[in-house]
Ligand binder design. Sequence first.
Ligand code: ADP
Ligand code: MG
Length: 311
Amino acid sequence: MAISEFELIDHFFNKAIKNTQINRLGIGDDCALMSIPDGFELAMTMDTMVEGVHFFPDCDPFDLGHKLLAVNLSDLAAMGANPIAVSLAITIPDVDENWMSRFASGFFQLADHFNIDLIGGDTTQGHLTLSVQAMGLVPEGQAIKRSTAQIGDEIFVTGYLGEAALGLKIKNGYQCASPEPVLAQFNRPMPRIKQGAVIQDIASSCIDLSDGIASDLGHILNKSGVGAQLIWDHIPMSRQVKTYIADTGDWRLPLCGGEDYELCFTVSSRKRHLISIPCFQIGVIEQKPGLRLNRFGKIENMMSKGYEHFS
Ligand code: ADP
Ligand code: MG
């Protein structure tokens, strides 16, 4: 290694704390210290990305830094939590300062956008593996859970489905007439933090879409002990995804493709007039277990398991 572990941390990751009332001590000691304000709970989540599993070896490190943080913030968004601090564990085969600089730029561009402090982490040598632990604040008892969807609730998503899955297809050689916005969504998803905060006291349940709606909405259904019906004509899709489906017949892509990082949430019909964010109603919660799709008047069963690492 050209520079030492401590020089690396100091040079690339040690930044002045912005949220000094909450993040009382950052990088440099054995632990970071956080002070949780009265009336709030700390929401915590962790996601890991492994080279060759979650990203291509030739992935732009700027995009990687962004996406690693984004997928974690997306989990906070899904609970209605406001991100406040993160820690970062990096395992790298060797120190490439150009790579590290671009990675840190992507990471901090998104962290600064949401005013988040990096307060600690770990640095080790090995196969390229990146983990973030993200921490956010949510008013006590107000986090939006997966387990509280009610029969009759309407189901919404915050944006187009299938963008990231189409992005992956394009990376793997599918020819798309205007690939840029699709690839941007795949490479640099924006976590729906604002949307999560806005629906926090309106939504009855929420999840972020990491594995595709068929799988992720399935988690809400299982945890809540309910079922659902989606309406194909209501699934929001970009022109590019519609063209892809017309070209290939692969209409399951927007339902089963992963990594969109939109929010999927349920709202009782009494409260739907309170929703003040752009979103699309795609179906309704039903008593009968399972996930069904109404496609051109024909009802199809849709439960999908999504991506599982050990299967
Ligand atoms: P220890 O050996 O006590 O666990 P380390 O030597 O691993 O401490 O880390 C020294 C300091 O640098 C700690 O405050 C730790 O949180 C921080 N740190 C280490 N790696 C990273 C990283 N990749 N990003 C941010 N902070 C880091
Ligand atoms: Mg120590």
